[in-house]
Design a protein around this ligand. Structure first.
Ligand SMILES: [Mn+2]
Length: 240
């Protein structure tokens, strides 16, 4: 029996199409999960959708409406997608309540951070002092800056020397975290690059994209997906 992994997709404001990078699907299949792509549904239907899956991968995408953490929009905030914010935030709330395994990358991590009471830099380049390059111009299968693993239970065992080099393709970034949220990694400029909810079985967000490394055989990135999928299998055995 393999766990079913719901993968979020983005709607495109001008095209009315969904967009999803296939690399997420490949990384899940590679470690023994069955991916299913989730459309955006109204908040009242999210519970029934989550009944169909054993874990959630929340993917990258648009910036998050700063009203979610009580700020007016900085000019550096990018394009917003209100339906996606509503859907993704509802998914995160319900996943936490169910203790369903969750892995968020980039926007997915930012949404986990905002829902759990954290705030964001709306534009890392404009608002963080002396930032490293967080919006790389080369392909995501190559890294750009280092991160130091600072805490938590999920990443520490995978990176023995406590440090790794990651890809980076984001405008916004976590500024503060909510209560009970562990900062799991930081960039050399101090930016929060990973967070965990340690009292849950597997709730992790990374600001970088391990899926692009995992499909190229990078061991620790594969292990992020494989430990997530094992947690989803445990969840499935308990709930079905
Ligand atoms: Mn970064």
């Amino acid at each position: 029996m393999k766990p079913i992994i719901g993968v979020t997709a983005q709607t495109q404001d001008n095209l009315y199409d969904y967009k999803l990078q296939p690399v997420y699907i490949s990384a899940i299949l590679q470690e023994g999960g069955i991916p299913v792509v989730l459309p955006i549904v109204p908040p009242e239907e999210v519970g029934e959708v989550l009944d169909l899956v054993d874990g959630i991968v929340m993917t990258g995408g648009w910036d998050i409406d700063p009203d979610y953490y009580g700020e007016e929009p900085h000019p550096g905030t990018g394009r917003l997608n209100f339906e996606m914010d509503e859907f993704d935030s509802t998914v995160v709330k319900q996943v936490i309540a169910r203790d369903m395994p969750f892995f968020g990358t980039c926007r997915g991590m930012q949404m986990l951070n905002v829902v759990t009471g954290g705030t964001l830099y709306q534009s890392v380049l404009d608002q963080l002092d002396n930032p490293v390059k967080h919006k790389q111009e080369h392909g995501r299968k190559f890294p750009v800056h280092h991160v130091e693993i600072t805490g938590g239970k999920l990443l520490k065992p995978l990176f023995e020397n406590g440090r790794t080099r990651v890809n980076s393709s984001h405008n916004q970034g976590a500024k503060t975290v909510g209560e009970g949220v562990t900062i799991a990694a930081k960039a050399p400029d101090g930016l929060i690059e990973a967070i965990e909810l340690e009292d849950k079985r597997f709730i992790l967000g990374t600001q970088w994209h391990p899926e692009n490394f995992a499909v190229n055989g990078h061991g620790p990135s594969r292990e992020i997906f494989s430990s997530f999928i094992h947690a989803a299998l445990d969840y499935r055995e308990e709930h079905r």
